[in-house]
Design a protein. Structure first.
Length: 388
């Protein structure tokens, strides 16, 4: 009789193996239990699949009703419980269950503080996802709501172009979401939670995502060109007893119309047609309010002109007559000297030795010549020079 029973058990075991059945007599996914562990602790199965728990060691059960740690319900889509079974090396069936309701299931072993020792598990049945059509990550194929819905809101952006050369434009991302969001730009190694960026011209790929990383969206943004630099050129003639200096200025670049204003050393607006000796600030401002400025000096009578009955002698050339060299005095600012013969032909025989001393480096016939003394800003004076 005993031989027949052993044979029957062996035959049953071989049949189960040949049919792909586990010790519970069913096919499907198997979870093995050992001391304080379900392996694997988390499994993913399709809706309708059967899950078996096989005990290899110790005394364990499967409790899918309420947490043995907190006492609170697991709130599983459906409850399941299998009483304690002693394990053996061949594997003892604790129980099996077919999961026909999609969702997330939690369970533990309620024996002897096993759950507190880490003997807990979970089963994910079907495909989870966001099932709210109003959410940004709505998944129409989801079988259960996995609480992953996120709401980025209505996304938009405002672009505030750079007004002046050398500045950056401002990009402000707008959203109707009340969630915590992270804004980043893939070409800029910087992200923030306010959605504001300082950017130069170009196209940018903006990424908006939940701070928890649940979902994201993108925006394509183009930033306009930065305005051209304002280029300002200003100069002035000299002031003298005969007339005041006259300033002239031109500006280009910038945006729209450019207004040019002259200011004296006291900061008062000056008329560029009547400039006395001194330093002036010339300022150019465009329609965006961008400003550039230059300083313009107005010199007093750089090359004095000799006047009738006056002690002013103008530029002085000495010695005159001269033989091989001469000097120029009476000029306040840097100047140049050009030499002409009586026929008005310019000579290239003049050599400048120092700032005020000149010599002839080639043979010059005796006679009357004329030198023109010119300042760096255009005033000049003609003086006769006699060579002998």
């Amino acid at each position: 009789m005993r031989i027949v029973l052993v044979f029957a058990l062996l035959h049953c075991a071989l049949f189960m193996i040949s049919q792909g059945l586990n010790p519970c007599g069913v096919s499907g996914v198997t979870i093995e239990t050992t001391m304080f562990q379900y392996s694997p602790s988390t499994v993913f199965i399709d809706t309708g699949d059967t899950l078996s728990w096989i005990n290899l060691q110790g005394l364990h059960n499967v409790n899918g009703e309420a947490s043995s740690i907190s006492g609170e319900s697991f709130n599983n889509p459906e409850e399941f419980f299998f009483p304690s079974v002693a394990g053996n090396s061949d594997g003892a069936c604790i129980g099996y269950h077919s999961f026909n309701i999609p969702g997330v299931y939690h369970y533990d072993c309620s024996n002897f503080g096993h759950a507190q020792a880490g003997m807990v598990g979970s089963v994910i049945v079907g495909d989870g996802g966001c099932m709210d059509p109003e959410a940004d990550n709505y998944n129409e194929l989801a079988e259960f709501d996995d609480e992953s819905c996120c709401y980025l809101g209505e996304l938009g952006f405002d672009v505030f172009p750079a007004l002046c050369f050398g500045e950056l434009g401002v990009l402000q991302i707008t959203t109707s979401s009340s969630s915590s969001l992270i804004f980043s730009i893939d070409s800029v190694a910087y992200s923030n939670s306010v959605g504001e960026f300082l950017l130069g011209p170009g196209s940018f790929h903006v990424i908006v995502q939940m701070s928890e990383g649940l979902c994201s969206d993108t925006l394509e943004v183009s930033m306009p060109q930065i305005p051209d630099e304002i280029e300002l050129f200003a100069t002035s003639t000299e002031a003298s007893d005969e007339s005041l200096g006259v300033g002239s200025a031109t500006a280009s670049g910038g945006t729209g119309n450019i207004e040019i204003t002259w200011y004296d050393e006291a900061g008062e607006v000056a008329d560029p047609n009547f400039l006395s000796e001194g330093n002036y600030l010339v300022e150019a401002i465009d329609s965006n309010g961008c400003v550039v400025s230059v300083n313009v000096p107005v010199y007093w009578n750089t090359i004095p002109q000799p006047g009738h009955g006056s002690s002013k002698l103008g530029a002085v050339v000495y010695p005159n007559p001269c033989k091989a060299s001469f000097a120029v005095d009476g000029v306040k600012r840097p100047f140049s000297v050009r030499l002409f013969n009586a026929l008005g032909e310019e000579s290239d025989c003049l050599l400048r030795n120092t700032e005020r001393e000149f010599a002839f480096h080639c043979s010059m016939p005796s006679g009357v010549y004329f030198i023109i003394v010119e300042s760096e800003i255009g005033s000049s004076q003609v003086q006769p020079l006699v060579l002998h």
